[in-house]
Every structure is written in structure tokens, then in C-alpha cells.
Design a protein around this ligand. Sequence first.
Ligand code: UD1
Ligand code: CA
Length: 457
Amino acid sequence: MLNDAAVVILAAGQGTRMKSRIAKVLHRAGGKPLVRHAIDAALEIAPPERVFVVVGYQAEEVRAEVEAAGVQSIHQTEQLGTGHAVMCGERQLAELGGRLIVFVGDCPLIRAGTLEQLAETQKESHAAAAVITTEVDDPTGYGRIIRLADHSVLEIIEHKDATPEQRAVREINSGILCFDADSLWRHIHQLQPDNPAREYYLTDMVAILNLAGLHVTALKIPDSGELLGINNRMELAQADRILRARKVRQLMLDGVTIEKPETVTIDADVRIGIDTTIGPFAQITGETTIGENCRVGACSIVHGSQLGDGVEVFPFTMVSDSKLDANSQVGPYARLRMEAHLAERAHVGNFVELKKTEMGAGSKSMHLAYLGDSTIGEKVNIGAGTITCNYDGQKKHATVIGGGAFVGSNSTLIAPLEIGEGAYIAAGSVINQTVPPNALAIGRSRQVNKEGWKKRG
Ligand code: UD1
Ligand code: CA
């Protein structure tokens, strides 16, 4: 944490190069919108009341992310450039004094430690500003760092405005700067849109501060990957790959076994306990928590779900917005969705779908079933081919099955329906009336044998 710094994240642009109807900063990498990556890094160095995000294009949608993260927003009505974006925050920001760290909202790989180093560099060299730079093989699109003989930074020239010699410079502007706030606010109104793009470039502040006799320095970092700016979908994919690799590496260091780690997709907010194994091509997304000693099999997808300890998700299974208690099992080829809940040791097997259904402890449905809007007690056996008819074309209805009941194969359970504890449903039944506890219900036509039928005529 820095005690005298505020952070402003620039996120008002449309991001034309994305060719999208969605604002660039709302595109996701590593399972989080780009703007959230910036906010999360900012929150590691400054308290939420000193973190600001400039919104403009699709302001309402971007502001929703900003508010969810508990930080402040600033509105930029017209996107007249990065310098203009900062000016829009003058009223809220200038009174804070101290130092202002400004960074572009499309730079999701930046680490909080690097921001701290930037602030340190600015302070130590008593500079009016410090900028994070790096050298890249292909600097196309980035602002170029023009240095003086004493290595201080004289100016930043945008790619589109650069001469061929300036374009040959491979040291680029990350878009992340730390300003001495007083120097910034004293001079920011000198920015002019005197460039072919007619924009107020924040980067022009460097030349302006130099002209005012102030000093600008740079923090040049070796890992250019950390500064990747996202302007198109190829860069988005590149950032996603790096963020996924970081997440998987952290999980492995924390005690999770990941088979073929380069093939799995795990979102930033996922938490996984020790000695759990994740199989190849698994995707674990959203706010998912997985306990210890679990196994998520190959090619399974787990989204927004809570798994207790010792849970087994066999391959090719999809679990979303559901809860699986300790030692329950699901799959292969199963689907749990919309608040499905497996209590301890419940088993759901291949080609079984559960929707908004609760399976009591030790209950089983091992093959080919659809159980929707149902509450199933403990130690119930659901035979293969059982279907709850929970929808009458207009409304959904509930099915309640008491503990210890046995539902024979290929039963059709027409909801609303109640099956008592310990009841027994004969295979192939159509059941649409309450079954009392411990009763046998048979709802099918009797078999008729016609002797000698084959030999007739
Ligand atoms: C910017 C820098 C460039 C740097 C690069 C690093 C400027 C003028 N250029 O270029 O030197 O190398 O980032 O990635 O600063 N935004 C606003 N309001 C605006 C315009 C932009 O909030 O009016 C926001 C955008 O939403 C975006 C960020 O500022 O998050 C950067 O804008 P972008 O157009 O991507 O700048 P670059 O051309 O990449
Ligand atoms: Ca950019």
C-alpha cells in the first residue's frame, strides 16, 4: 500500500480495433473483464476511496463493474484522448494531492509490485513524473520513449505521429505513469490536440513538464509481457493465455495437481484445495470453490459451483451453479444445473441431468434420467430412464421423493407429485398420484401372452 497515492484508470474508450459492440475494457481475459484486472492491481496499492475509473463509452455497463469492485467512477462524455480523460477527473483528483498513478485500462497483466516500484522510482528521483517502459521486438502501435543524454525522458511520441527514426526506437510507453499531483494539475491545461488524431494525449505531459524545467524519469522493466496492451482480439487471446498460465502455476505451487496444465482453463476467482487433481482440458470458471482431494475429470466444465472435499467429477461432465457436498460423484457425461445439490455421497451417473434438484445423502441415479424441480430424500434409488415430467407447457411443478424410496427403471413421474418414504415404483410406470409411504405403485398395462399366435393362419 502507498499512503499518499491515488490511482486513475482510463477506461472510457470504445476500442475500435476490437471490432466489437462491447466496450473493450469489458472483454474478458483470464475470466475477468480487462477493467477488473486494472482495478484489482490498483486496489493492492491504494484504498478503494482513492481508486478512480474514467468511464465513457458504454458508461453504464462499465460503471457496473466499477461499482461492483467498490471504487469510484469519473465520467468522460466525449472521448477526446487520454489526457482529456485525466482532465475530466480534476475536480475529484486534484484535491487529493500526493501522487497520482494513471494507467490505461487495457493493460491486464501489470503486477501491483511493478506499480509500487514505479511510485518508488518517481519519489527517489524527485521527478515530476515517472513512466513504466520496456523494450519490445515489435513496437508498432505504442508510444516511443525519447530520452536525453542523461537518460531522463524528454518526450513520448505516439506511433502514428512518429518519424521513421523515432519509430526505430524499441523502448515503448506502457501507458502507466506516476505523477507528482501538483505538477500534473499545474500544467495539464497546456495539453493541446495538435496532432493528426486531434486528441489530447496524456503522453504530451512529458514534453510539457520538461519545458517547465521539471524532470521525468522512467522505470524500464525487463518483462515486456507484463505491459501487453490489448487493442485487438489477438492480443486479448495472448493476455488470456498468460493469465491462465499464471493461475495454473499458482495453483500447482499451492498443492493442486494439474494434468497437462497447458490445456486447462481456470478463471482468476476459482479456489481449489490441496491434493485435488484437475484432468486435461477441464474448464473451471466463475466463482467456483473446490475442496481438498477432489478430482475434476478430463474435459469437464465446472462453473459457479461449490464442491466439498473428496468430490469426483468424472470426464465430460458439465456442472453449473450447483453444490456438491463431500464425497459425492457425478458423471461421466452428466449435467447438473440451476442450483442442483448433491448431498454427501450422492451419485449421479452417465447421461443424467439434474435441474434445481436436491439429491439426499447416499442417493443414486446412475444412468439416463432427467430430474427437474425435485427434492429427493436420503438413500433413494432412481432407476435408469426415469423422467420427472415437471413442465405442463405453462408452469413448472415439483416432485418430492421420500427417503429410502425405490423408483424402478423407465418410470414417468408426472408432477406435481409426492412419493412417500420407502415406497416402491414398479419399472415402466406412469405415476401421477401420490404414493403413500412403503406402498408399491404400479402404473402400467398388464402383459398379455397370446398362446400359439405365431402359428395362426
Ligand atoms: C496508449 C498511449 C501509448 C501507449 C499505449 C500502451 C496515449 C496517447 N497513448 O495508446 O503511448 O504506448 O497506450 O498500451 O496515451 N481512453 C479514455 N478516454 C479517451 C481515450 C482513451 O479513457 O478519450 C482509455 C481507453 O479506454 C484505454 C486507454 O485509455 O483503456 C488507452 O487508450 P488507447 O486508445 O488504447 O491508447 P493507445 O493508442 O493504445
Ligand atoms: Ca491501448
